[in-house]
Each structure stands twice: as structure tokens, then as C-alpha cells.
Design a binder for this molecule. Structure first.
Ligand code: CP
Ligand code: NVA
Length: 303
């Protein structure tokens, strides 16, 4: 496992190993312990888009493990793939640092970085996928439900990057994912076919949110307007009407259903404040687990 670009590139064994490592490092750090396995190692963090959770949790993870991180914005280097080709950036960074993490618009940017880098490359979100988020989500579900096999997740909203990585984790961990989206915003058919090729019928789609949440263990949502889609905001708000996670919708779900959101959450669009703050919400545990998973990931790839 040299790079971490897409959940589908990893075996269930590798993913389970990362989950186990996340749990043991979480325990260690909660009990005041320390593991300096990355002493002297440096992670370059390239960000074409904003971030709170991903940036800070990777930076803390590196420092927790004895290493350090360097934050690079496109304007610092004259644009990603603009002042010089991505392949040159990958090779130059590889001479200085021990790992590269990148959040980009085009998925192909992280693929190109990985192709030419001689150090591990981590996908920290692209327009296509968000594998680090999906692994923190799985960790959270495992902690709260005590199992993964057979867990039903209803994802309400856009069939976006977060939904796509969640689909692959559903297939890899034998969970069931139903993605409820308005017409035209469904999860990509190729992804559904690929995930169901890994594990038959693990992923399905519907245009009916009430139907999706029936029998669900987890109701998950994300923004209707992902980074880079700001020009479509008004059109999207109209299209996603009826796809808000609110108390009305949750009447169709079992009592005690867990609520998840990768954050940032746009109150009164995809989710109400009441649901974010409800006792069933595990959103902030989910957010915390970004750190615990990230520690495991950099340890596994860089030590
Ligand atoms: N969930 C997530 O990736 O958050 P950031 O965009 O703040 O990193
Ligand atoms: N789908 C969202 C996720 C943010 C963490 C986006 O890409 O903006």
C-alpha cells in the first residue's frame, strides 16, 4: 500500500489493518502515551480548496508521531500544474519530504502526483472522492454500533465525492448503502456497478428519501454545493428541496438512528440545526475520528 488515493485500490485486509491501528493509536493517545515512529519525517500538504478538519488533523497527526507538516497553497507555488508540470512538482517534493497529501479539484492531479512521486501520496479530497473521510466514518460506525457487517447507511443528498468513497467502504466492509438524491444528482452509475462488483447489492440509489431512511442504522448527509460548485448554488438549492435531513424525514427512520455529516454543515439546507444538535448525532465523534484515522494512515504509509 504505497499510496492512498481511492478505497477501491485497497483490500479489506489493508483497510481493517488501518482501522485496528486507528483504534490502538486512539487508545494510546487518550491514555497519554506517545509513539514517535515518524520522528524527523515531513509531510507536504497541498491544498487547492479550503479545509479545517483535514488540514488540522493531518498536521496534528504528524506532530503527534514526532514528525512535521508543511502547508502549501497553489498561490505559494504559482498554481498546481501552472508554473511547472505536476510531474515535476511530484519529483521535486519527493526529494525533500517523506509523504505528499493533496486536496485538489481534478482527481487526475492526485493520480499524476502519485505516478511521479517516489514517496506515498494521500488523497485528501478531490472532486471525485474523499477516502480519508470514509475511513473515519467507518471507524465511527464501528465504535457506535459495535459492528459493520449488515449496517444500513442512508445517504441523503448529492451523489458526490463523500458518497462515492462511502460506497466503496460499504462494499469493502459488507455494509448496505442507499443513496437518495434528486434526479440528475445521483451517485455515478459506474461507481454503483464497481461497488456491487466488489460485493453484490451493497449500494443502491433512490429518488425517495423517506424510503431510504426506513430501517437505516445511520442517516448521513453532506452539503448540496461542494467546493467548486458555488456557481450552481441557486440551482442546486432548488433541486435538493425535499432532501433535507430534518425531524420530519427522521419520522420514517427507526428511533435511535445515528446521524452523521462529514462537515462543514450548512444549517437549514441539507440538515437542520436541531438534528445536528440532537442526542442521536455522532457528528463530532466522526469529526474527531479524522485525527485518529489520519495518525494510523501516515504511520502505515510513512514509517
Ligand atoms: N470533512 C472535511 O474534509 O472537512 P474539511 O473540508 O474542513 O477538511
Ligand atoms: N462534498 C464536500 C465535502 C467537504 C468536506 C465538498 O467537496 O465540498
Amino acid at each position: 500500500m504505497r499510496h492512498f488515493l481511492c478505497i477501491s485500490d485497497c483490500s479489506t485486509e489493508e483497510l481493517n489493518e488501518l482501522l485496528d491501528l486507528s483504534i490502538s493509536l486512539k487508545k494510546l493517545y487518550k491514555s497519554g502515551g506517545r509513539d514517535v515512529c515518524l520522528s524527523g519525517k515531513v509531510l507536504a500538504m497541498v491544498f487547492e480548496k479550503p479545509s479545517l478538519r483535514t488540514r488540522i488533523s493531518f498536521q496534528v497527526a504528524m506532530s503527534d508521531l514526532g514528525g512535521s507538516a508543511i502547508f502549501i497553497r497553489p498561490e505559494d507555488v504559482g498554481g498546481i500544474g501552472a508554473r511547472e508540470p505536476i510531474k515535476d512538482m511530484a519529483r521535486v517534493l519527493s526529494r525533500y519530504v517523506d509523504g505528499i497529501m493533496a486536496r485538489t479539484f481534478a482527481h487526475n492531479t492526485v493520480v499524476e502526483l502519485a505516478k511521479y512521486a517516489t514517496v506515498p501520496v494521500i488523497n485528501a479530497l478531490t472532486d471525485l472522492s474523499h477516502p480519508c473521510q470514509a475511513m473515519a466514518d467507518v471507524l465511527t460506525i464501528k465504535e457506535h454500533l459495535g459492528r459493520l457487517t449488515g449496517v444500513k447507511i442512508a445517504f441523503i443528498g448529492d451523489g458526490n465525492n463523500v458518497a462515492q468513497s462511502l460506497a466503496f467502504t460499504a462494499a469493502k466492509f459488507n455494509m448496505k448503502l442507499v443513496v437518495a438524491s434528486p434526479k440528475g444528482y445521483e451517485l455515478d452509475w459506474g461507481v454503483i456497478e464497481k461497488t456491487n462488483g466488489i460485493k453484490a447489492d451493497s449500494v443502491s440509489t433512490t429518488n425517495n428519501p423517506a424510503e431510504a431512511v426506513a430501517g437505516a442504522d445511520v442517516v448521513y448527509t453532506d452539503t448540496w454545493v461542494s467546493m467548486g460548485q458555488e456557481a450552481e448554488k441557486q440551482k442546486r438549492i432548488k433541486a435538493f428541496k425535499g432532501f433535507q435531513v430534518n425531524t420530519e424525514l427522521l419520522k420514517f427512520a427507526p428511533t435511535g438512528v445515528k446521524i452523521m455529516h462529514c462537515l462543514p454543515a450548512y444549517r437549514d439546507y441539507e440538515i437542520t440545526d436541531e438534528v445536528v444538535e440532537s442526542p442521536n448525532s455522532i457528528i463530532f465523534d466522526q469529526s474527531e475520528n479524522r485525527l485518529h484515522f489520519q495518525r494510523a494512515l501516515v504511520k502505515k504509509l510513512m514509517s
